[in-house]
Design a protein around this ligand. Structure first.
Ligand SMILES: NC(=O)c1ccc[n+]([C@@H]2O[C@H](COP(=O)([O-])OP(=O)(O)OC[C@H]3O[C@@H](n4cnc5c(N)ncnc54)[C@H](O)[C@@H]3O)[C@@H](O)[C@H]2O)c1
Length: 307
């Protein structure tokens, strides 16, 4: 049966892909987003778009929902180090307002948490019960919300699922600016014949996960009848930043920039829980997706030469 969902951050990279999938299933979707990093043009026209800030919005005016996907956030590590006050007000205070609203309407919440809470782990793959190692305000803010949800469940019976995303990539990823992801930045640099900019030595490894796989896991998490749960959403395979550059073009020039604070050497998900409980498994490999993008770029360049 179609459901009515609220997607906070539904104009952003992952949120807009999630909204498309929900609309395609026939669900009714309201997007709340202040367009801090998201784009109005990315919001599916079949969804209702409301421009607003989760820190201030009068949530009851939106009515009731079967579930809330809470993805709105200032969503990267380095900006949170530059501005911990602003990021904490959105990522903690704003989130608690969303959870409080969910509680008031008895809606289940799916919260977009982050693999960055595991920090400088040395044992891989990392399980959900692995002790956190906090290296940035962003990670602390995500972990704080994970704890808030568990507390709200115990205090008020708020049902929730925490999905800890591991470096999502794919359609609509940002390709420039402080909130861009490495895959988006490299593809954009390749497209414009600019050198790849590598921060640090490029040996940091990340578990890159395709956005459509992330979306499927997120929907499975709201549908599952467990009252609470926390799931790693990653592939279980990782690649270094230099390997990603080489997957795009091994001969492309690279520029190395100084390491920034807040980093950590490696992420790799133990996704056994998501597989067993949610019935989820990743379907796309990074190299496969990158090959398809590179083919599109080559075709475009060939066509431009013909014209
Ligand atoms: N992309 C990843 O690899 C990744 C990894 C781990 C966790 N996450 C989390 O997943 C969620 C989505 O990430 P994304 O990559 O799509 O980021 P994004 O920046 O593209 O999306 C975040 C959205 O939240 C909106 N937003 C920001 N502040 C807001 C506010 N105060 N009120 C209302 N809306 C606000 C932005 O405009 C944007 O549309 C975020 O919570 C992020 O922290 C993402």
């Amino acid at each position: 049966m179609p459901k009515r969902y609220l997607v906070t951050g539904g104009a952003g990279f992952i949120g807009s892909n999630l909204v498309d999938a929900l609309v395609q299933r026939g669900d009714s979707v309201v997007v709340l987003d202040n367009l801090a990093t998201g784009k109005r043009s990315q919001v599916n026209p079949a969804a209702t778009f409301v421009e607003g800030d989760i820190r201030l919005y009068d949530f009851p005016s939106l009515g009731s929902f079967d579930g809330i996907f809470h993805l709105a956030a200032l969503s990267r590590i380095y900006p949170s180090i530059l501005n911990p006050v602003e990021s904490s007000s959105v990522n903690i205070q704003g989130s608690v307002r969303v959870f409080e609203y969910a509680r008031s309407i008895s809606a289940k919440v799916v919260f977009a948490s982050s693999s960055s809470v595991y920090g400088r782990k040395k044992t891989f793959p990392t399980r959900e019960d692995s002790f956190p190692d906090i290296q940035s305000p962003y990670s602390l803010q995500k972990l704080t919300c994970d704890y808030y949800l568990d507390l709200f469940y115990r205090l008020y019976g708020l049902r929730y699922a925490i999905v800890r995303y591991f470096n999502a990539y794919g359609e609509r990823q940002l390709s420039s600016g402080p909130y861009a992801t490495v895959v988006g930045i490299f593809l954009n640099q390749f497209l414009h014949n600019q050198p790849f900019t590598i921060i640090g030595d490029g040996l940091a490894k990340r578990d890159f996960t395709y956005v459509q796989d992330v979306v499927l896991a997120t929907i499975s998490a709201i549908e599952h009848d467990a009252e609470s749960g926390m799931y790693n959403i990653g592939t279980g395979v990782n690649h270094s930043v230099c390997e990603v550059a080489d997957m795009i073009d091994p001969g492309h020039p690279k520029i190395y920039l100084p390491q920034r604070p807040g980093g950590y050497p490696e992420t790799r998900a133990d996704n056994g829980l998501a597989r067993r409980v949610l019935g989820w498994s990743p379907t796309m490999q990074l190299s496969e997706w990158l090959q398809a993008q590179i083919q599109k770029v080559s075709l475009r360049r060939q066509r431009e030469q013909v014209v």
